[in-house]
Write a protein that binds this ligand. Structure first.
Ligand SMILES: Nc1ncnc2c1ncn2[C@@H]1O[C@H](COP(=O)(O)OP(=O)(O)OP(=O)(O)O)[C@@H](O)[C@H]1O
Ligand SMILES: [Mg+2]
Length: 253
């Protein structure tokens, strides 16, 4: 219960005083300056800001990929940077989905296999179950005809969609997407942001997506701005009401 009296969901991801610098002396870049942030389930938040403003660095610090110089990240009530590397890796495998600025696909695997392996090896799904879910997601992403192709045979936008499918197929509780729509035309970009919105609104995922395109704004619940490492502006709803009973985020996107 918050002070406004309404029953609200608590944040799933909180960070305080995050700072991160690269280099020393004259070549030092301060990528994050005392960033505080709260992210909520059932919410799709868009992080905007100029190139070099620290967006990817913030995603990396919040998702356990890059240790900040100072500050704290509480993810699902656990202190992310107080964990051992092994604990953090296990936490990320269990709870987090990532869509990177590059695609990070396995060159030798087909589009379908990239998705199937997440369920087969990450969640112990049967071959049949993995195949059905992978085909569902490929269909949603408009990739059914490309299911048997490898990354080298796919266009940039198609690779990006496979990477998105790979992040969403395990229905992550926390999902981080670094410019997932940058390589796509608007038709596919809109489909992708809608998929992320459904993952948040229907499955209760907490999603932070980096993007430049102002056309994304109407599709998201919240807009955050980074400027020179400073989180300068927040618009939209900080907190979301409990819309429905949070369900185990295990099926569908
Ligand atoms: N490994 C690194 N070594 C040195 N400097 C770095 C490193 N990673 C990031 N930086 C610097 O930190 C700043 C923020 O980088 P970051 O990648 O977070 O920006 P961004 O907002 O994601 O930019 P873009 O929109 O171009 O992806 C930049 O000035 C960048 O040069
Ligand atoms: Mg970036």
């Amino acid at each position: 219960m918050y002070s406004d009296g309404a029953s609200m969901t608590p944040p799933t991801l909180q960070a305080w005083g995050l700072t991160k610098s690269f280099g020393t002396g004259e070549v030092m870049t301060t990528a994050l300056q005392d960033v505080n942030i709260e992210l909520f389930p059932y919410q799709l938040a868009l992080l905007m800001g100029p190139s070099g403003s620290g967006k990817s660095t913030l995603l990396a610090a919040l998702s356990g990929l890059l240790r900040p110089d100072s500050g704290q990240v509480m993810a699902l009530n656990q202190d992310l940077w107080a964990m051992t590397d092994k604990e953090r890796e296990a936490f990320r495998l269990k709870n987090c989905g990532f869509i990177f600025q590059g695609y990070n696909l396995f060159p030798a695997l087909t589009a379908r296999q990239q998705l199937e392996m997440v369920l087969r090896w990450g969640q112990g799904a049967s071959a049949r179950e993995a195949r059905l879910r992978a085909d569902d997601i490929l269909d949603l992403l408009g990739l059914t005809k490309k299911a048997d192709l490898r990354p080298g045979q796919l266009s940039g936008g198609e690779k990006q969609r496979v990477a998105i499918g790979r992040a969403l197929i395990k229905s992550p509780t926390l999902c981080f997407a670094d410019e997932p729509t940058a390589a796509l035309d608007w038709k596919h970009g809109e489909q992708v942001i809608e998929l992320l919105r459904v993952a948040a609104h229907d499955n209760g995922a907490t999603i932070l997506v980096v993007g430049h395109d102002a056309r994304l704004i109407p599709h998201v619940d919240r807009v955050l701005h980074l400027d020179d490492g400073v989180l300068v502006e927040t618009s939209g709803k900080r907190r979301v009401p409990i819309l429905n009973t949070p369900k185990a985020v295990v099926s569908g996107v």
